[in-house]
Ligand binder design. Structure first.
Ligand code: PLP
Length: 375
């Protein structure tokens, strides 16, 4: 593959997507999985999730169009962005999406006068200091204001369906999941009692972490925390999840190569042909650090290791992938490999400095739906 395509290159294995999807289903058996398209929207990933009867979390007009273009029925989608242009709500509705998320009164007002077959989830903020991205800073109504938000939703004429939350990305502890479940279930009881309306849906979000370099809570550990809460409420409401990273992280492996090497102030720098403005963008956006190995390490012929700096190909001084990182001796043309490069990589890459996006090759090849070329 290297000989055919060169570097940089992302090799995408859809079987990994299927394996992660099945693993999540095993650990959270009664939960409807809505794959968060934003994490890796490659058609091969979407097709794999669709083939497993999975559902989708879309959060923009573009994601609606992408899923619809795959021929997937849009009643399998929920629109999870809490802040939307009215036009985008119109577009999603016309495309067949019926479930939307809101987290504040201004957003609720955008649903006044809309069709009564719309279902609304109220997103609540669940702070998580152990997360790399604590999403409660930007989104989610405070628990203390959630009941009023539900009352606001009920005045619009659309249907209040339930609550959603997201515990944040790459949290190092399972405790936020426990806290989130306790909080959300107490809120369900409070709102049912106060407002007299039934809560039909609880959406437990994404935020199921994966291990890059440091061990993270496993999905089995998270399942052990979440399942008893769900068992205690079985049949009371439908439970959804919106996993992104957990499904897509392991499906892609990045191959880069050393373009140049320099010694600066006694330190060795290797300049790779992909970097922070490309496939390693999650280093920049969420401080997430994938493993990096020399191909020679994997094939077992590396002996001495020294700390080096690995830099990306742009002229920006920020574009440094890893510092003091232990690597075997490398020279120009040597191949460097990063596994776990499926989530928030291609999708947050920019074309900065005129550098073209890293091509994605599917291996083993799968038949794509007609008209959908891999980007
Ligand atoms: C609303 C929503 N749902 C799901 C996800 C996916 O999260 P993760 O990739 O951590 O599972 C995100 C990520 O930003 C999100 O904002």
């Amino acid at each position: 593959m290297l000989a055919e395509y060169g570097t940089p290159l992302l090799i995408l294995d859809p079987r990994q997507v299927a394996a992660q999807y099945r693993l999540l289903r095993t650990q959270l058996p009664d939960v409807e999985i809505h794959y968060a398209v934003k994490s890796m929207p490659h058609p091969a990933v979407l097709a794999t999730v669709a083939a497993l009867s999975g559902r989708f979390d879309v959060a923009s007009r573009g994601e609606v169009d992408l899923v619809r273009a795959m021929g997937i029925s849009m009643d399998r989608c929920i629109y999870t962005h809490p802040i939307k242009k009215p036009d985008d709500i119109d577009h999603a509705y016309r495309s067949g999406v019926r479930t939307f998320v809101v987290d504040n009164p201004t957003e609720v007002r955008k649903f006044i006068g809309r069709r009564s077959d719309i279902a609304i989830l109220a997103r609540v903020a669940i702070p998580n200091q152990t997360a790399k991205s604590d999403l409660s800073v930007k989104f989610g109504v405070a628990i203390t204001e959630a009941e009023q938000l539900v009352k606001d939703i009920l005045t619009t004429g659309v249907h209040f369906a339930g609550f959603s939350f997201h515990v944040g990305s790459q949290g190092t502890s399972v405790e936020p999941f426990r806290r989130a479940m306790t909080t959300a279930l107490a809120l369900v009881e409070q709102v049912e009692a106060a407002v007299g309306t039934e809560v039909g849906i609880l959406d437990i979000g994404g935020g199921f972490p994966v291990t890059y370099r440091e061990p993270m809570p496993t999905i089995a550990e998270i399942g052990d925390v979440v399942r008893p809460f769900l068992a205690a409420h079985q049949g009371s409401f439908t439970v959804l999840a919106e996993p992104g990273r957990f499904i897509s992280a392991s499906c892609a492996t990045l191959l880069t190569s050393v373009v140049g090497t320099a010694v600066r102030r006694g330190a060795t720098w290797h300049y790779l042909d992909d970097g922070l403005y490309g496939s390693y963008s999650n280093v920049l956006t969420e401080n997430v650090h994938p493993p990096i190995l020399a191909l020679r390490e994997i094939t077992g012929v590396a002996t001495t290791f020294d700390p080096v700096t690995l830099a990306g190909p742009t002229c920006d001084s920020v574009d440094v992938i890893a510092r003091d990182y232990s690597m075997p001796t490398l020279g120009v043309g040597d191949v460097v490999v990063s596994p776990m490069m499926g989530a928030y990589t291609t999708v947050t890459a920019s074309g900065f400095n005129g550098i073209t996006p890293t091509p994605v090759v599917i291996s083993p090849p799968v038949a794509m739906p007609p008209g959908l070329a891999a980007p």
